[in-house]
Design a protein around this ligand. Structure first.
Ligand code: EPU
Length: 303
């Protein structure tokens, strides 16, 4: 038996360590191969123990949140996928401040804030995924990002130790957060919201932005590429004639050119091929190199 598997099973007898775990049902694109090992610890302590073992074993490690912005390659992905899906507690510290686990789903957080009559998070309406993933990628809409509301973050580091990061130790910008790193897990965040009731108009605007101008109904991972400085990836892709381009069962949406849809049986290889094709078209016509927003996890040739 693999030494890591044995160590994990001994250290965490109550958690199932999956071998050859299919990943396609764990990401919104519905593609990807199998993880050699997969674990989904259900407490911060378990996560800490698991991560320390994985780091010591020096095998590749991939942290998976809600799977709404990731792509795993096809085939066997060597190493361990650690999911935060079972870390989903929320604890209110004051009437406006809460400690929220990394696996807490953003749509549920929106609901919680509505129940508490708190605002400041309206811009995140309609964003899928978990808080940890949203922080790592500073997810957002309309110039706002989730990291703006963070007071502090608890992580487990590659040496297996916990670390508390104060907001002044964290830097973030458009779709970037300084704590994003595969050798660290974001475990939880303390966030402070606004005391005033959520502004329905802003929630609706954010929601409609996605609903009206973006595709829905078919599997996708949101925007495929980041917006280059002062430009829109969707517009550039549209102008480069990418809408409707296809590779296997992956297709560029007719509604928004920065969305790739899985028409049913797409593979990761199809999606990656389509991403390459799209990036090349934009580069050929404008000289602009698009950078993927979708996080490609695991070994593969980059776009
Ligand atoms: N446009 C086109 N053709 C298209 C798509 C867009 O011409 O196929 C034009 C639009 O008409 C508009 C401009 O491009 O003038 C910008 O488009 P849009 O308003 O749809 O916003 P975006 O920049 O493409 C960003 C985020 C979205 C977020 C929306 C709404 C990125 C890469 N995308 O999209 O986030 O939902 O604003 O706030 O930052 C995501 O990150 O997964 C995502 C979908």
């Amino acid at each position: 038996m693999h030494m890591l598997l044995k160590n994990l099973q001994t250290a965490l007898p109550n958690i199932l360590v999956h071998e050859n775990m299919p990943l396609s049902s764990l990401c919104t694109l519905g593609v990807g191969g199998e993880a050699e090992f997969f674990i989904a610890p259900s407490s911060i302590e378990q996560m800490h123990i698991a991560f320390a073992h994985v780091m010591k074993a020096r095998v590749p490690v991939y942290i998976l949140g809600g799977g709404s912005n990731v792509l795993f390659p096809d085939g066997l992905i060597k190493g361990v996928v650690i999911s935060t899906q079972n870390l989903n507690a929320i604890e209110w510290r004051t009437n406006i401040t809460a400690d929220i686990d990394a696996g807490f789903k953003l749509p549920l957080l929106m609901k919680e804030l509505r129940e508490h009559g708190l605002g400041g998070f309206e811009f995140a309406a309609g964003i899928p995924g978990t808080l940890g993933g949203a922080i790592a990628g500073n997810a957002g809409t309309g110039g706002h990002g989730v990291c703006e509301l963070v007071d502090e973050i608890v992580t487990v580091e590659s040496d297996g130790n916990f670390k508390l990061w104060k907001s002044n130790e964290i830097t973030y910008s458009y779709r970037k957060c300084s704590l994003a790193d595969e050798k660290r897990i974001i475990l939880s965040a303390r966030m402070t919201f606004r005391k005033d009731a959520p502004k329905d108009a802003e929630v609706l605007e954010s929601y409609l932005l996605r609903r009206g101008s973006q595709p829905h109904g078919l599997r996708n991972a949101g925007c495929t590429f980041k917006n280059p400085d002062g430009n829109s990836a969707g517009k550039l892709l549209d102008e480069a004639g990418c809408k409707g381009l296809r590779a296997g069962d992956a297709i560029v949406s007719d509604v928004h050119a920065n969305f790739i849809l899985n028409m049913g049986h797409a593979s990761s290889t199809d999606i990656l091929e389509l991403m390459k094709l799209c990036a090349q078209r934009v580069y050929d016509s404008t000289g602009i190199k698009l950078e993927p927003e979708i996080k490609i996890l695991g070994p593969c040739s980059c776009v």
